[in-house]
Design a protein around this ligand. Structure first.
Ligand code: ADP
Length: 893
């Protein structure tokens, strides 16, 4: 037995797309076979059947109707699968032998373009990563096939920088070298929910510059590294090979340098909840949720990019701030702008569809009505005087020539399908008009035929009808058949209670009508394609207009939030200080009852207030305060007004945070290891222009180790001239507050609380000076711990506090450190181990006495337990077990 010819064809096609699920077109269905069928039936909950394939066993098979394919494709793509679409390439009725079939498109998570299934306010990126281990460098490129964005960068190899870039773009698919180290691959996979495609070295070594030059005519290969060209060319090649269609909208090659934007590492992006909240990973509760008041999808995507990539160039930041201010100073004009923006569709994605030839006439009407609003928008911004608006006004192409074509050619309410006619407006094409007249005339003739024949035959119920098989016919019920004049009609079909007839004239007219209809459909499609192609030549102009509209929408959104939330315009400088008066956390203030957020000042610089040491109980508001500082800086560098009464912000180059849980915890690493890894990364990469937030550094290990590490980290930051970065450091180690005055630049702050009897009230106000108590037990009580546990904890605390000598004497340690520093004349920085060792020395002496406390407590527990044993009411076995337990515990003491 051999394979059937159809199955042979299937397997040949499948050979070329082994990593895809193959949708194989058979008539009105896409069928899947073998493993593909098993996967698809599971993922899509389809019935798995079988088909004879010429082998002993039937081939597993499942299928979907072709007209419903899009929804199934989107479900599979969202699950990370790739789908190859194999179509019939010839009309089956005209085919000799087996119908020719071929793959017309491969749909992958990163190249998916169906806008009805893509999120409107998010780009759908595909990324290519190329690592050169010999040169120790990397290149990355990104593209959004639905909008035409294409950008790239390269830098010395640093995996954390690679991860930061990935987290900025959140690509749906990543192309990597086949031989890329598994460690790097799994590192990326663990952090990002993305699908991987491995490409061979041959793929990267093909004529990548040729591919790029074909797409971006102006590209000059000498300006870029060979690896960058490989990386970009391979990404483009992959897109071309999968899409197999026009990509004229990918026309702008944008190289950026990593230092062009504020660097925020991937953990900090998560922890600061820039675009999604930590828990549910959705927009609500994120900075984007507060800031996004855009009116167009293009604006929403642009704003997301602005948040992902705050600026570092003071002039550009100032440009956005001035524009926002101008909108706020001209509220009625801003209102007009908002209204006009509301009527603009997603020009970027419509242009993408034009270039990939998938646009329909309805979408062209959306494009037309969007373009219709552009002159009004241009007029609205014409009165503005800030530089950004002046430039936008100058560069905003009104696209009126395109409007004119669309207005004259496309019907206001055309069919969705481009192959059913009803697309082109009257007066645009003479032949179309004539065919329409012929069609209408024929239909009128048929309509009048019914009346004529009724009169001629006297049969009142005579009807003229139409069906696809027999065309037009005259229908007469059985009861009237005797009235039909002999020889008048030709019998065509007999029904249960009627006869259907035709006449030669009727058939002649039918040919005319159907001929006109078919010609009309073909001609309308032809003209539609001509119009689409004509407009396609103007893709870059439309993209430029789309970009300006999206930026206008972002500025408008920034003005709305500034007005509604009472933000202030920050003053931007390079003076290495951050001063915020009455600052608020933009998100927390929206999550709690209106007006209940307590504002706080922030004053931090690289000289006398370099490291703010913040103490205070849990739940007091320390991390909110620290995050607020970072978010205010980020907002300012986006070009937004900020939640404060006054703000002076010097531009930061990087923001680091060591707060809360990290990505790596999910990857199974210990909390302490991850914490130390992150701190080490910060200390290696921060500069004196950076802002760092450190929350509870050292808490993951024993008290003394933790305290030593926290202390030496503080010293390292304050004493290392290269570092000297602005730092907010929240800690539970109250001992560290004694460092103020000893180390230059450290200032103690605490979050105030009020004691009310045995309870505490959080005042949320940051005040100068360290906290003297941690109120841990009071906070535990607020959290609802059983009262017995609370009372016992108080007892234990009282006993421990009695042993004052067990405290680490910070002055004693500091004296030791200082004398060591003085003896090392030329040393600038105290090595971290040094302070750690000294603190350990002092602490170890004390540990003994600390341990004594715990032994005493356990002894006391044991005695209490023994004296409460009710021996008379115990069975001998219970008594024996109790005695055994007591002996065991006593041996441990
Ligand atoms: P900590 O880091 O000290 O444990 P958090 O910063 O997590 O405390 O704050 C705990 C809660 O207190 C927050 O979820 C928030 O609801 C509230 N909070 C914090 N700061 C403020 C403030 N300034 N005004 C009002 N509520 C606040």
């Amino acid at each position: 037995m051999g394979l059937t010819p159809m199955m042979q064809q299937y397997l040949e096609v499948k050979e070329s797309c082994k990593d895809c699920i193959l949708f194989f077109r058979l008539g009105d269905f896409y069928e899947m076979f073998f493993e593909d069928a098993e996967t698809a039936s599971k993922e899509l909950e389809l019935v798995l059947t079988g088909r004879d394939c010429g082998l002993e066993k039937r081939a597993p098979m499942c299928g979907i109707p072709f007209h419903a394919a899009n929804a199934y494709i989107s479900r599979l793509v969202n699950k990370g699968y790739k789908i190859a679409i194999c179509e019939q390439l010839e009309d089956p009725s005209a085919a000799k032998g087996i119908v020719k079939r071929g793959i017309i498109k491969v749909i992958t998570p990163g190249t998916y373009m169906d806008s009805s299934f893509l999120e409107d306010n998010k780009n759908n990126y595909i990324m290519c990563l190329y690592i050169n281990n010999e040169k120790s460098s990397f290149a990355i490129s990104f593209a959004d096939v639905s909008t035409g964005d294409f950008s790239c960068t390269d830098a010395p190899l640093d995996i954390s920088v690679v991860l930061d870039e990935i987290s900025k773009y959140a690509p749906k698919e990543i192309l990597v070298q086949e031989e890329l180290e598994e460690q790097i691959c799994s590192g990326i996979k663990e952090r990002f929910n993305t699908s991987f495609t491995k490409l061979s070295e041959e793929f990267f070594c093909s004529d990548t510059i040729g591919t790029l030059k074909n797409q971006f005519a102006y590209i000059n290969e000498e300006e870029y590294s060979g690896d960058l060209i490989k990386c970009c060319g391979s990404l483009l090649k992959y897109i071309i090979e999968t899409q197999k269609t026009g990509l004229s909208h990918i026309n702008s090659f944008q190289y950026y340098s990593i230092v062009d934007y504020l660097s925020i590492d991937s953990n900090s992006r998560r922890n600061l909840e820039l675009t999604e909240n930590l828990r549910e990973k959705n927009k609500k509760g994120s900075l984007l949720w507060i800031m996004d008041r855009t009116n167009t999808s293009m604006g929403a995507r642009q704003l997301r990019r602005w948040i992902e990539q705050p600026l570092v160039d003071k002039i550009s930041i100032q440009g956005r701030l001035d524009a926002v201010e101008e909108l706020l100073n001209n509220l009625p004009i801003h209102e007009d702008l908002k209204e006009a923006l509301k009527e603009i569709y997603d020009i970027e994605r419509l242009v993408g569809k034009i270039s990939s030839k998938s646009v329909n006439a309805k979408e062209l009407i959306s494009l037309k009505s969007s373009i219709e609003k552009i002159p009004a928008i241009k007029e609205i911004i014409s009165s503005f005087t800030s530089n950004l608006f002046i430039n936008m006004h100058k560069n905003l192409d009104e696209l009126q020539d395109i409007y004119k074509i669309l207005y004259e050619a496309i019907l206001e309410n055309p069919s969705i399908s481009v192959k059913e006619g009803n697309l082109i407006k009257e007066g645009f094409n003479e032949e179309i008009d004539e065919l329409r007249i012929a069609k209408v005339h024929g239909k009128e003739w048929i309509a009048s035929l019914e009346n004529n024949e009724r009169e001629e035959t006297g049969i009142k119920s005579l009807k003229v009808g139409y069906n696809k098989v027999f065309g037009y016919y005259i229908e007469i019920t059985k009861s009237n058949l005797s009235s039909v004049p002999e020889g008048r009609y030709i019998r065509k079909q007999t029904l249960a209670n009627a006869e259907r007839y035709i006449t030669p004239e009727l058939k002649e007219m039918e040919d005319k009508i159907l001929g006109a209809e078919e010609k009309l459909i073909n001609l309308e499609y032809e003209i539609f394609v001509q119009i689409r192609e004509k407009i396609e030549t103007e893709v870059d102009r439309m993209q430029q207009t789309a970009r300006i509209i999206s930026e206008l929408d972002c500025l408008s959104s920034l003005a709305i939030i500034a007005l509604e939330n009472n933000y202030c315009k920050p003053e931007i400088n390079n003076a290495e200080e951050i001063y915020v008066q009455e600052g608020r956390h933009p998100v927390v203030e929206k999550m709690i009852p209106s007006g209940s957020f307590v504002s706080n000042d922030i004053n931090i610089n690289t000289t006398n207030e370099q490291l703010l040491l913040i103490t205070g109980p849990n739940m007091a508001g320390k991390s909110t305060y620290m995050r607020q500082a970072a978010l205010i800086v980020i907002m300012a560098q986006i070009g937004s007004f900020v939640p404060a009464k006054k703000a002076v912000i010097s531009v930061c180059d990087k923001i680091f945070t060591r707060i809360g849980a990290s990505d790596d915890l999910a990857a199974g690493k210990s909390t302490f290891m991850v914490e130390m890894w992150e701190v080490s990364n910060i200390l290696k990469n921060a500069t004196n222009k950076s802002l760092i937030l450190l929350d509870e550094v050292g808490r993951g290990t024993s008290t003394y180790d933790g305290l030593s590490i926290a202390w030496s980290v503080i010293e390292y930051i304050c004493k290392n001239k290269k570092l000297k970065c602005k730092t907010l450091f929240a800690t539970h180690y109250h001992e560290l507050t004694k460092l103020e005055g000893i180390l230059e630049g450290i200032k103690n702050y605490s979050v105030s609380v009020k004691e009310m009897g045995s309870d505490i009230v959080f005042l949320r106000k940051i005040i100068r000076g360290g906290a003297d108590q941690s109120y841990g037990i009071e906070v535990a009580k607020l959290a609802g711990l059983p009262i017995d546990v609370i009372n016992r904890a108080k007892e234990i605390l009282a006993r421990i506090e009695k042993e004052k000598s067990s405290d680490v004497n910070i002055e004693e340690i500091t004296d030791k450190v200082n004398s060591n520093v003085l003896s090392k004349k030329n040393s600038e920085v105290i090595r971290s181990e040094q302070s750690s060792e000294i603190i350990r020395e002092v602490a170890l002496d004390k540990r003994e006495s600390h341990q004594m406390n715990f032994i005493d407590i356990e002894k006391e527990n044991l005695l209490k337990e023994i004296s409460s044993i009710d021996i008379l009411n115990m069975t001998p076995m219970d008594g024996f077990n109790k005695l055994y337990d007591i002996i065991k515990r006593t041996k441990k003491l």
